[in-house]
Design a protein around this ligand. Structure first.
Ligand SMILES: Nc1nc2c(c(=O)[nH]1)N[C@H]1C(S)=C(S)[C@@H](COP(=O)(O)O)O[C@H]1N2
Ligand SMILES: [Mo]
Length: 157
């Protein structure tokens, strides 16, 4: 899967809040998972245990409060078997992320920031957020590139 499906970009861009597209698939998981490909709706992502994480980022001011699911919970949910995920964004950005990041750290698939649903026009609907302020080793460009925003699919390998 090389290209993020553009139709979602268009559909999602027309909408601004969660309820409007809550039952549309927003995140597709391919590769080494049960019953691949798995297309998850926002409602399904919100059904995963939700967590809070307060951290500075390289692209926002201050220390926003993020809410969302833990990446390891998502991978458990789809019974992922692999050491690496390739994260694909709407803008064709792609980044390989070792699954060990999600085991070692509470890396979040953030769905909201400061109480506002992340909008597909700006970082949303899913933004991979690392607990950067809690771990010195995460304050590094190597990890910054893994903060994939506008995440649309994950390929597990
Ligand atoms: N969807 C998406 N996520 C992305 C990127 C991108 O271009 N598109 N750039 C990455 C890079 S290279 C970095 S360093 C961090 C921070 O981006 P910044 O260049 O806006 O500070 O976001 C990462 N996440
Ligand atoms: Mo970067």
């Amino acid at each position: 899967m090389k290209q993020a499906p553009r139709i979602w970009a268009c559909a999602a861009a027309l909408l601004t809040a969660w309820p409007a597209y809550a039952d549309m698939p927003v995140l597709t998981i391919t590769g080494a998972v049960e019953n691949a490909p798995v297309a998850l709706t926002l409602d399904e992502l919100l059904d995963l245990p939700q967590h809070q994480l307060t951290t500075s980022t390289t692209v926002t001011d201050g220390t926003p409060v993020f809410e969302g699911f833990l990446m390891r919970d998502l991978l458990d949910e789809v019974q992922a078997q692999g050491d690496m995920v390739v994260a694909y964004a709407l803008n064709d950005y792609r980044m390989e992320i070792p699954v060990s990041d999600f085991v070692d750290f509470d890396v979040m698939g953030a769905l909201s920031m400061d109480g506002m649903p992340l909008n597909p026009r700006d970082k949303g609907p899913v933004w991979i957020v690392y607990p950067r302020d809690d771990h010195r080793e995460l304050q590094d460009i190597r990890f910054d590139t893994r903060w994939v925003w506008q995440l649309v699919s994950l390929h597990v390998q």
